[in-house]
Design a protein around this ligand. Structure first.
Ligand code: WTA
Length: 635
């Protein structure tokens, strides 16, 4: 029996049981039957969760791009691997076959080598959603360089801190990028960033918008010049199962972003297996994930998961509202998209426009519609189900994280009955538990607790780059021996899970994880600001928006509060990016603090929500009078 593809609910339960009872046998068989290895493993897994020491498929040798590309060439050489849909609907769609992808990845890989990039070197990729982003990411994996893709909406300061953190040798960018009617000068953002990054030896530039850019003769090279004479064949580097494949930064509840480290074999096996099952992938499907490759969803379910299965994956350069609110549906109609994977914030923003944008398009090709990134609220679920899925394509609300590498809790289409706002059941191999504050597992149904994963799974992050201590503390200490997700969840009477939201200081705004601490750090750098506390509050479109409680130094300057608000948001945009701007700012005379001086964010969260009653235990509050003052001044 093959464990790769689940065909019925009965089979799901059978696979699930097997995966928990005999994980080595289960994953060993999947790995053996579905991939190309230079050498197989000694142990399927070798894990100690107390120390966060995690290894899968020990001593196996492989190259993930051989599995993504080379092995498909015989059967699928002329099949489209990538379909690129440009920002401008007038510009032609590009179709890249597996044969062409092979040649372009090999050529780019040879180009990277020519620049002196070696196995284990870090390469930072700061590119818009153009084919070169996919090609260069794969080219890194081909030669064993570690890719760190940074979303091209981050500011130069945020980019610089990510370059410095992992000592990047090469930065790859483009002259500019298209975002609807706007153009973003990416190269100049990179120029600004690399000034602070002594490790950077080269900046390789892909031509996209043909704008004039500043040129540094010692640093800058054009991608097209680098690859001009490079061969279109390349022998992939032989990688160990636990060699690092990539670093991807995610926000934490303290200042510095965390460089989550994913390694090669376990990530590959889980990406492929989960993609095949969760999207019910069939050979002629046209699969589209709207996430940027700069996020984990783009890594696993735009790039690696689909290519590992020999699928056709769509990459869209632009924004959902350009040239109009019907753009996504026009693309679905045009390319005959069969699976569509997007984010709740996008669904909500399109749901507030006229339904004629979606109803006027032929979406009959769609079979599965999915969502990730934050809770898919009931209203959005129904809009998605009615107008996009036409009640025939199951809505797959999938829960996972940058740290988990792949989807953990999700319905399987045509197998698991869906339920609005529920992410339903775990994938095989995933054992979720709800924990109480005393470190006990909460049994039974209709219960709420901290969502942990009890056993290891192949695609879990291995560490935080250069900071294993923080990795252990963040994920394995609160509930020793278990992986703690930082999310709360509810389990219903049939064992379905529903995510209730973060239990730490991370706020999910439009599907982006934002740690409140780095935003506060940015604000506090402003000369007029004494102190700040940022919390999330419910927002109709974004899911959550940011509310800042800010105290001003008594300098007498900055009487003009409107100007100050603008400066605060500018400061945030410069140091993190526009996505972290505050929607509401309230200037206050003090913040509620405990006797030990810790800000009681719980109270501020409630005030921002407009709930002045359920503060919980406030016996340790030092200054209750300030709470009343803040309530009165709520914006
Ligand atoms: C949230 C994205 C509710 C959650 C793949 C998690 C969700 C964080 C869902 C990870 C969902 C993701 N329902 N909440 N279906 N999916 N989240 O690292 O809080 O960007 O911890 O990974 O998004 O965000 P990240």
């Amino acid at each position: 029996m093959s464990y790769y593809k689940i065909e019925s609910l009965e089979e799901y339960f059978k696979h699930y049981k097997k995966s928990i009872r005999e994980p080595r046998k289960f994953w060993g068989k999947i790995a053996e039957e579905n991939f190309t290895w230079y050498q197989t493993w000694e142990k399927v897994m070798d894990v100690n969760l107390i120390d966060a020491d995690i290894k899968w498929f020990t001593n196996a040798k492989l190259n993930i791009t051989k599995n993504c590309i080379d092995r498909h060439l015989n059967k699928r050489g002329d099949k489209n691997a990538l379909i690129f849909e440009p920002n401008n609907p007038e510009e032609e769609t590009q179709y890249i076959t597996y044969n062409q992808l092979y040649e372009r990845v090999c050529q780019a890989a040879n180009g990277l080598k020519k620049l002196g990039v070696e196995k284990g070197d870090r390469v930072c990729i700061y590119l818009p959603m153009i084919p070169e982003l996919a090609i260069l990411t794969l080219a890194c994996a081909r030669i064993g360089a570690i890719h760190s893709v940074v979303f091209a909406g981050f500011s130069s300061a945020a980019l610089a801190s990510r370059i410095v953190d992992c000592d990047t040798k090469l930065v790859i960018t483009s002259d500019g990028s298209y975002r609807g009617e706007k153009q973003v000068p990416l190269k100049s953002i990179v120029d600004e960033a690399v000034k602070q990054c002594p490790s950077v030896q080269k900046v390789m530039v892909v031509k996209r918008t043909n704008i004039d850019i500043a040129w540094n003769e010692t640093l800058d090279v054009w991608f097209e010049d680098v690859i001009a004479n490079c061969s279109k064949n390349n022998n992939p580097e032989v990688m160990d199962a636990e060699d690092v494949l990539f670093i991807l930064y995610t926000s934490g509840s303290t200042g510095k972003p965390k460089g989550m480290v994913h390694t090669t074999a376990g990530y590959m096996v889980y990406a492929a297996y989960s993609f095949a099952n969760i999207f019910d992938y069939k050979e002629d499907d046209i699969y589209w994930c709207t996430a940027d490759i700069g996020w984990i969803t783009g890594h696993t379910y735009l790039l690696y998961g689909p290519l590992l299965n020999g699928a056709t994956t769509v990459m869209y350069e632009g924004i959902p509202t350009y040239p109009d609110f019907g753009r996504l549906w026009q693309i679905v109609e045009k390319l005959k998209v069969t699976q569509f994977y997007t984010a709740p914030t996008l669904i909500r923003s399109l749901a507030k426009e006229s339904t004629s944008w979606v109803d006027s398009r032929d979406l009959s090709s769609l079979k599965v519609i999915a969502s990730v990134g934050e809770p898919l609220n009931e209203e959005a679920w129904h809009w998605y189900n009615n107008h996009v899925g036409k009640k025939k394509s199951p809505v797959i609300d999938s829960w996972w994280q940058t740290e988990t590498g792949g989807i953990m809790l999700t319905p399987l289409p045509f197998i698991t009955p869906t339920k609005p706002t529920y992410v339903t059941l775990p994938m095989p191999g995933i054992y979720p538990v709800l924990m109480d504050e005393r470190n006990n597992e909460i049994e039974g149904s209709q219960v709420v607790g901290s969502l942990c994963i009890k056993y290891p799974w192949p695609s879990m992050a291995r560490t935080i780059w250069n900071d294993h201590k923080r990795f252990k503390e963040t994920y394995f200490s609160e509930f020793p021996g278990k992986y703690f997700s930082g999310d709360g969840a509810l389990r219903d009477e049939v064992g379905y899970y529903r995510i209730t939201g973060r239990v730490d200081d991370v706020v999910i705004v439009s599907g982006h994880n934002l740690g409140t601490a780095p935003i506060e750090d940015a604000i506090n750098e402003h000369p007029a600001i004494a102190e700040s506390a940022i919390v999330g509050y419910p927002h109709e479109i974004k899911g959550n928006a940011l509310y800042g409680f800010i105290t001003i130094k008594e300098t007498g300057e900055y009487r003009d509060r409107n100007n100050l608000m603008k400066e605060i948001n500018q400061q945030i945009a410069n140091s993190i990016g526009p996505i972290a701007k505050l929607d509401k700012i309230q200037f206050v005379n003090g913040l509620p603090k405990t006797r030990s001086g810790k800000i009681m964010r719980r109270i501020l969260r409630k005030i921002a929500e407009g709930d002045f009653e359920n503060y919980g235990d406030i016996s340790t509050l030092l200054n209750p009078e300030i709470v009343i003052e803040i309530e009165k001044g709520k914006v």
